[in-house]
Design a protein around this ligand. Structure first.
Ligand code: CDP
Length: 233
């Protein structure tokens, strides 16, 4: 299957073009903070609770809060019905999201506490870990949890020999490499970098630069979503 034709990608995008993205903050009444993100065909809800006392007590850390994340795909989120419950992939994504968020939250301000982040993938279309990280950091900010910075994420990859931004489903399945990246936008510090596939050093550097520039665009959208909730603009 040809993924690039006449300099355009299978969905008509140029190599450095993001899919359409919509971010909304504060969509759930019962959670302390929440966000809903549509990113191409991905639809993700993130809900945050806490900081609250970690239970049972033996899991408490006397020096800092635990950041506990759960990534879950709804049964109807993928084309074959997804078996319910955590599989290896959701355990991995929950772990990498926790580690990235732990780096930005001032966890030392909340000893013995837990901050729980739930991410529900309602519809999946490649790039759900980046969509979830983006949603989770807006939900944390919406919950008023003190953070050094946002986490902004985006995947880059290689398709038909070209480095392209924000892989769609066919590109993710059939492409040569997939590289999700998350950064702290203010400092440019990398919080997540995974790679599936092969790239030359030159391609890798090009991909990281492209991905980091895209994260800055996502960052602007995250800020706008929060501004919209709190000022109505
Ligand atoms: O979603 P992300 O790209 O972060 O992770 P992935 O493991 O590379 O998965 C790529 C895509 O495969 C997902 O976004 C889903 O669209 C799809 N997928 C699926 O159809 N069924 C699964 N059980 C898991 C993933």
């Amino acid at each position: 299957m040809e993924l690039i034709k006449d300099g355009k990608r299978i969905d008509g995008r140029s190599f450095d073009e993001l899919r359409p993205i919509k971010i909304e903050a504060g969509v759930l009444k019962r959670a302390d903070g929440s966000a809903y993100v549509e990113w191409g065909g991905n639809k993700v809800l993130a809900a945050v609770y806490g900081p609250r006392e970690a239970q049972p007590r033996h899991i408490q850390n006397p020096t800092k809060a635990i950041v506990s994340c759960r990534y879950n795909m709804a049964a109807f989120s993928v084309s074959d019905r997804k078996r319910q419950g955590p599989d290896r992939r959701s355990v991995e994504i929950s772990k990498i999201v926790s580690e990235a968020l732990d780096r930005v939250i001032f966890t030392e301000q909340f000893p013995r506490a837990t901050i729980d982040v739930y991410m529900e993938v309602l519809q999946a279309d490649a790039g759900t870990r980046c969509t979830c990280l983006t949603a989770a950091s807006v939900a944390l900010a919406d919950a008023g949890i003190p953070m050094r910075d946002f986490v902004s994420a985006c995947a880059v990859g290689k398709v038909d020999g070209q480095i392209v931004l924000d892989l769609g489903k066919e590109e993710d399945n059939l492409g040569e490499a997939d590289l999700p990246i998350a950064i702290m936008p203010r400092t440019g510090e990398i919080l997540l970098l995974q790679m599936d596939g092969h790239l030359t050093m030159e391609e890798f550097n090009k991909a990281v630069t492209l991905g980091m520039n895209a994260c800055m665009k996502i960052y602007e959208m995250q800020k706008e979503a929060l501004m919209k909730k709190y000022t109505g603009d």
